[in-house]
Design a protein around this ligand. Sequence first.
Ligand code: NAP
Length: 321
Amino acid sequence: MRAAMSGQYGSPETVRIVDTSDPVPRAGELLVRVNAAAVTAGDARIRAGRFPHGFGTLARLGIGLQGPRRPALGAVFSGTVERLGSPTADSAQFAVGDEVVGMTGARMGAHAELVAVSAKRITAKPAGVSHADAAATLFGGTTALHFLRDRASLGEGQRVLVNGAAGSVGSAAVQLAHGMGAIVTGVCSERNRDRVASLGASETIDYEKQPVSILRGNYDLVFDAVGNITRERGLQLVTLDGKVVLAAANLADMVRGGGRIFVGAAPERASNFATLLSMTLAGSFDPLTRVLGGLGKIHEAHAIIDSGRKVGNLVILPQEA
Ligand SMILES: NC(=O)c1ccc[n+]([C@@H]2O[C@H](COP(=O)([O-])OP(=O)(O)OC[C@H]3O[C@@H](n4cnc5c(N)ncnc54)[C@H](OP(=O)(O)O)[C@@H]3O)[C@@H](O)[C@H]2O)c1
């Protein structure tokens, strides 16, 4: 199969498209032909070896010293089941030819024509959702859903500030918070103002005119999806019992999380995938999908993410030339 490989940390051009052996599904796993895969901020971090402040050494010890130990990146995909490993109760629910959507976690490998994945990490793709939209739904969607619903228990009528409202996580947070009945303020650049408003923000703030460092507020929840709001800054922007989500926390804030401060990695749960995909199917969640093309577009995808200006979600189609 063909796959996009990042053997060493570096620029988007360090990613190479190579012919490599097909993955072999283990017990309880499925081999999936990848129709669409998201290229995410997580992929770009790993490709570049660029981690939130304080995480550099720890991350490289875990992921690889000179480059990713698992060079085929990509953790979000939508595709078609090609083969099953030895069956288990979970994998027996799926059959060859089924269309499935999932996340591979630290194992990655979705920027390839084929990926092997545990049956616990996939859900059925609704027929009315395209592979591209399905792949675009999960990265920001699972993160926002976890923090808003499961950690911060966001309630109707609460006032929420979403920083980074045009990106994958931020655009999902704006939509999910709005859907939960919250009153949403989105922080984004001027060029994304109308888009963020159309997702459900009743107010937008242009950070080039009003940086978050000087903002004032009395929000019930601040959701930072950029990494430039510290624990202290977040607490200044919320009510006395207000909550702060730091989705891109540095090491110091990660360690001091707890109480009203929510940090950490969002879990990748198949039940959450299904919830989000049903919203995409119903039209109540827009994954802001931008399809770039075949595997050869991987460099462009990484470059867009590195620019810091990516809007929504980027998708490549590994079966295309
Ligand atoms: N904790 C977790 O489990 C988890 C899960 C997923 C992601 N993350 C982290 O969350 C962060 C965001 O991920 P993402 O996928 O949403 O990234 P992304 O899509 O690449 O974010 C790009 C967006 O950030 C906006 N932006 C850039 N600088 C900004 C600023 N100063 N103020 C406000 N907006 C700004 C840009 O909007 P404009 O063009 O309008 O500036 C752009 O739309 C990453 O650090 C990622 O690693 C954490």
